[in-house]
Design a protein around this ligand. Sequence first.
Ligand SMILES: Nc1nc2c(ncn2[C@@H]2O[C@H](COP(=O)(O)OP(=O)(O)OP(=O)(O)O)[C@@H](O)[C@H]2O)c(=O)[nH]1
Ligand SMILES: [Mg+2]
Length: 312
Amino acid sequence: MATGERESPSVFARLKRGLFMTHTELLAKMGSAVKATFEPDPAALDALEEGLLAADVGPATAAELVAAVKAEAGRRDAAEQDVVRRVLKAEITRRLSVTGPEVAGSAGLPRVILMVGVNGSGKTTTTAKLAARATASGKTVVLAAADTFRAAAVEQLEVWATRLQIPLVKHKAGSDPAAVVHDACAIALARKADLLFVDTAGRLHTKHNLMEELSKIRRVAARSVPGAPHEVLLVLDAVTGMNGIAQAREFTKTAGVTGLVLTKMDGTAKGGVILAIVRELTLPVRYVGVGETADDLLDFDAAAFAEALVDD
Ligand SMILES: Nc1nc2c(ncn2[C@@H]2O[C@H](COP(=O)(O)OP(=O)(O)OP(=O)(O)O)[C@@H](O)[C@H]2O)c(=O)[nH]1
Ligand SMILES: [Mg+2]
């Protein structure tokens, strides 16, 4: 989303709903510390910190946010209402406003987006959601079922492809995922598709051979389409919280991750983990998943996220 542009009310409402558990937990723990006329007494500051820790923002970020509130509370105009919310929103927005290069596809050639992550993080669902959005906005899309690990994985993507009427490239279970990507690139080029989304198998970041497989996929894509993969999205499940950080570190090293997707925000009270993850990786969050349907993927907007988290 362009800077300064505001989402439609319905998009914000979905974000708000998606962050409901985290928001509720945060405000419940903060209790009266979030009140309009905040006095920075130790108990209130403790409550603030407790709320932030409960939301899983991580100890370093929690301490810094509390320090920022304390400093600001001391120098504000005594009549100011809602100083805590103002400071939290500004600080959270700033911390989440990490940008990264958005590599455009070359004119007339497909932009290739590779989806990676550990098992069950939401790669296939997110692939389908992205494909649905792109199709709805008039883009032509090809899907590559490069999770050849299980037959069911191909079927899962195929259900979405059929529903969305998007061509899907698949090989039989157990075949080389790089070969699927090779064919999918050829088909995307032949069809002059705008976008090619590559769904990959979930893999443990500690398994060297599986991580190598991603490197091979990248090489094959790059040979077929200049600049590919243009985007490598690491799909992280927000419910796993801090554990996601170790995975993410490994994926960024071997898979050349360019952006993050935080899924299942709707299923956790620990959505503040996004702050810990961004702090650790300094990678841009591109999307957040807030449910299981095609509509439940939102462009990430740091200010809207902070607002949905902190405001009533
Ligand atoms: N509530 C909720 N559920 C989600 C979200 N994203 C994905 N899921 C669910 O999480 C489960 C796993 O999603 P998949 O997309 O299959 O995950 P995956 O990463 O492809 O899994 P593997 O291919 O097995 O590694 C499914 O039941 C999805 O419906 C989300 O944003 N919110
Ligand atoms: Mg999958």
